[in-house]
Design a protein around this ligand. Sequence first.
Ligand SMILES: CC(C)(COP(=O)(O)OP(=O)(O)OC[C@H]1O[C@@H](n2cnc3c(N)ncnc32)[C@H](O)[C@@H]1OP(=O)(O)O)[C@@H](O)C(=O)NCCC(=O)NCCS
Length: 189
Amino acid sequence: MKHNQNPLSIRSHKGVRPQFGAKVYVDPTAIVIGDVQIGENSSVWPYAIIRGDMHRIRIGERTSIQDGSVLHITHASDFNPAGHPLIIGDDVTIGHSVNLHGCTVGNRILIGIGSTILDGAVVEDEVVVGAGTLVPPGKRLESGFLYVGSPCKQARPLKDSERAFFKYSATNYVKLKDTHIAELEALQK
Ligand SMILES: CC(C)(COP(=O)(O)OP(=O)(O)OC[C@H]1O[C@@H](n2cnc3c(N)ncnc32)[C@H](O)[C@@H]1OP(=O)(O)O)[C@@H](O)C(=O)NCCC(=O)NCCS
């Protein structure tokens, strides 16, 4: 990853190093550790932390992990025999200061600013999680709906404009990260 030359911000844990698809952007202030795989054209914004030290984290393509978000897992133990990996699909917009912990997030999803999603929760494809929402452990959010609140409740079906926004937002972030990569590479010349 030519634009991120900080050896401490992207680092291995127990011999497992993060892996990146083509044209992934990891801001030099973000931290990515261990068993993490990030798909093509995804982006990790300033001060985000992705810590795959005791279980795996998988992130799909064109997904943005925005500023200050924290992504972690739960390790396997007598309390959680399989543990909880963190799995995120394609075209997901993860807003600022989001906590994702050991959950599964599908494709074409908006996770609003400041939300928290806990172990074993599943967010099906095409869901909006409103800003400041808490998704409890093991909860399943049904495809096609808006969820808000703490703990979250199903608020209403999504509008067509909200469904169209998933792809728009993902594409917008792909373009935006390309401009950030270009700026960083120019600085490093
Ligand atoms: C959830 C959201 C999509 C709803 O927007 P909206 O269409 O204007 O909301 P609605 O008109 O359907 O609101 C329905 C009700 O939910 C409430 N509400 C809206 N957002 C809420 C939220 N995040 N948490 C709790 N309640 C919320 C509204 O006040 C309204 O309450 P009322 O009926 O008592 O007046 C929007 O508020 C939101 O949180 N967007 C996320 C933005 C974001 O974080 N983007 C990421 C940028 S990187």
